[in-house]
Design a protein around this ligand. Sequence first.
Ligand SMILES: C[S@@+](CC[C@H](N)C(=O)[O-])C[C@H]1O[C@@H](n2cnc3c(N)ncnc32)[C@H](O)[C@@H]1O
Length: 213
Amino acid sequence: MEEILKKYSLLKGLNVPRETLIDFELFVSILQQGNEKINIISEETAKNNVIRERHIVDSAQIIEFIDLNSNTITDIGSGGGMPGIIISIMTKNMKNLAKVHLYEKSHHKSSFLRKASRHLKLNTEVIEENIFEAQNLETGTITARAFKPLPIILDLVYKNFSTYKNLIVFMGKNGEKVLKEALINWDFDFEKKKSITSKDSFLLNIKNIKKKH
Ligand SMILES: C[S@@+](CC[C@H](N)C(=O)[O-])C[C@H]1O[C@@H](n2cnc3c(N)ncnc32)[C@H](O)[C@@H]1O
């Protein structure tokens, strides 16, 4: 167990329970196996320890922005389950009943997400659809990691979701510029949190999205 704790030392401040870290390790092995069949994450990342920091810890750090009082959480463009599967592992071990909806248009990745959910006994629903074709969606928190540029995500949430609590977006090194530009056409409340995995990145917690013109 000491070894596992060491691997996730970046998460110390978040008080992540041991059962969750054990599930993270199980997911790492499922992800590494899955990656041998379909391309989910880069081969280099999959092979070594980088996978924990780059994907697991990076996803887990948004937990404090997740609304835990809603019935669902929605991850858009879930890919290999970042952050949707990671958040679902965390809510399972908190005995939280929220179901995580994982939107993923690729058939192979959707099958992977179903398989991982079964193995980890997660409360998820994999929705193998083009999210842009879904209408009147209702959820609590929406998460988007490496999905689409911010303005496209804002437009999608504004048009396709009839109810949501907040939207969490992972911002990279051009994040400040992208945010400033988005605020030309969009009006929203936001909170920023520095990423614990990369000094150039930050998380955006967005609420009340409105179009300006
Ligand atoms: C770059 S990957 C990121 C995956 C994951 N969120 C991560 O951070 O590792 C983007 C994912 O979004 C999915 N995707 C792209 N357009 C989509 C759409 N219109 N509806 C649903 N999924 C979509 C892709 O199939 C891909 O798996």
